[in-house]
Design a binder for this molecule. Structure first.
Ligand code: CTP
Ligand code: MG
Length: 254
């Protein structure tokens, strides 16, 4: 597919093609019993469809790879067929793995050639605004090998000596300076070759993709994140997500 004929904001220094990998293979244990988290409804639509639309909303994104629950690829494929999605975007579905890291790797392996920039976006962050997506892409186009959207913290953070038993008091060992800390979101954006190399060489367990690029010794940069890019993790997050959707509908009505 060629996107030469369509405008592709944000304007970058070179014609690059961007793909998004959406890890959606998790169970959602912290959300409680039910369907895999990505397939649960938000405002009547599966969380995954919101996340797919959020990526496809960027005109720079030509391909979206959804990493489905290991036994749920067929179900995800029919969900994509059943919901309206932009014509200009290609969609692929692959089954995921046991960890997020494995799932992202499986998504990367399925990515067709011809994409210079890869976004990795949690299905569990269904409401990220397109401006945040475009800002991440723009920073990769400007030359950063890895880009994370990030927000300052509201809470003070303590480092503790974790208790062996949950609920037991834990000694506090340090208080990192809050002004130097950021809470990191997705989509994270990467030079494709850098991310592929990171997934091939870094073996330890990490909680985001940018950490693997840091382990390669490369610079990761943070751009402003957005409060609506929060991760749906616990039941209260569903309440917040429904409220954000309701506010958007109200605003769209005016
Ligand atoms: N994920 C994945 N494959 C896994 C585990 C997680 O693709 N084996 C995805 C999830 O579907 C989610 C994203 O990684 O979109 C972020 O993970 P998280 O919020 O932790 O989701 P879950 O792992 O599903 O939730 P929990 O940890 O509560 O079980
Ligand atoms: Mg998890």
């Amino acid at each position: 597919m060629s996107d030469d004929s369509r405008p592709s904001p944000p304007a970058g220094p070179s014609a690059t093609r961007t793909a998004a990998v959406i890890p959606a293979a998790g169970r959602g244990v912290r959300l409680g019993p039910g369907a895999p988290k990505a397939l649960r409804a938000l405002g009547g639509t599966p969380m995954l469809i919101h996340a797919v639309r959020a990526m496809a909303a960027s005109r720079a994104v030509g391909t979206v790879v959804v990493v489905a629950p290991p036994d749920g690829a067929a179900e995800v494929r029919s969900l994509l067929d059943a919901h309206a999605l932009p014509e200009r975007t290609d969609f692929l579905v692959v089954p995921g793995g046991q960890t997020r890291q494995e799932s992202v790797k499986l998504g990367l392996d399925a990515l067709p050639p011809g994409h210079d920039i890869v976004l990795v976006h949690d299905a569990a962050r269904p409401l990220v605004p397109v401006d945040t997506v475009d800002a991440v892409i723009e920073a990769v186009r400007d030359g950063a090998p890895a880009v994370v959207p990030a927000l300052p913290l509201a809470d003070t953070v303590k480092q503790v000596e974790p208790a062996g038993t949950p609920g037991e008091p834990e000694p506090v060992v340090a208080t990192p300076e809050r002004a130097l800390l950021r809470a990191v979101q997705t989509p994270q954006g990467f030079d494709r070759n850098t991310l592929v190399r990171a997934h091939e060489t870094v073996t330890g367990e990490v909680t985001d993709d940018a950490a693997m690029v840091e382990q390669l010794g490369l610079t990761v940069v943070a751009v402003p994140g957005h409060e609506e890019a929060f991760k749906v993790t616990r039941p209260l997050d569903l309440v917040l997500a429904e409220a954000v959707l309701a506010r958007r509908r109200l605003n769209d009505g005016f």
